[in-house]
Design a protein around this ligand. Sequence first.
Ligand code: CA
Length: 223
Amino acid sequence: MRILLVEDDSRIRKDVATALESAGYVVQCQSDGEEAWFMGDTESYAAAILDLGLPGMDGLTVLKRWRAEGRDFPVLVLTARGTWSERVEGIDAGADDYLPKPFRMEELVARLRAIIRRSGGQANPLVIVGDAELDTRQMRLSVHGVPVNLSPQEYRLVAYLMLHKGRVVSQQELSEHLQSVHFERESNAIEVLVGRVRRKLPIALIETRRGFGYIVDDQAQSS
Ligand code: CA
């Protein structure tokens, strides 16, 4: 899942990016408000982490413009400690949650995971599709109660499809969410990844819709 991280303090930005990457997310960083607004307006993200004090355009304006333009990905706002008015303004502007600085990385990752889950209509950390169970806290997939040994990239693929169950997800969307900007994009990378995951699963969880993409849904057939 791809996260937009907007923070102009390079030390915080680096620490947060590292924490998110080790939690299995693909992170795109931005330090300028106006650039961040443009990225959120034109690219697709599972969520954004948004600092309020930014050069170029302040975070509240960025958020208000995204919401006014119908961009509805969840946003976690970072505020300076003790500024309750910023928190209120942030929530009024359409933030899904906020976190005062300084914060613990564990808390940031937990809150991010929660807003992503809620935005997908999933209040529960467990996502169940047929005989497959995804535990988004442990980052583990089980089938018939038995854990499946997946690489981080394979896990991200399954997690993205399961969190969007019932919807066809295109290869383009998958590659945007699974690959970091540093990762070399090969045209058949997603097909290869899907093939690898399928060979590891004892059930036919991922269905191909030729020409459209892939879907995971509750009607998935056990095999
Ligand atoms: Ca700042």
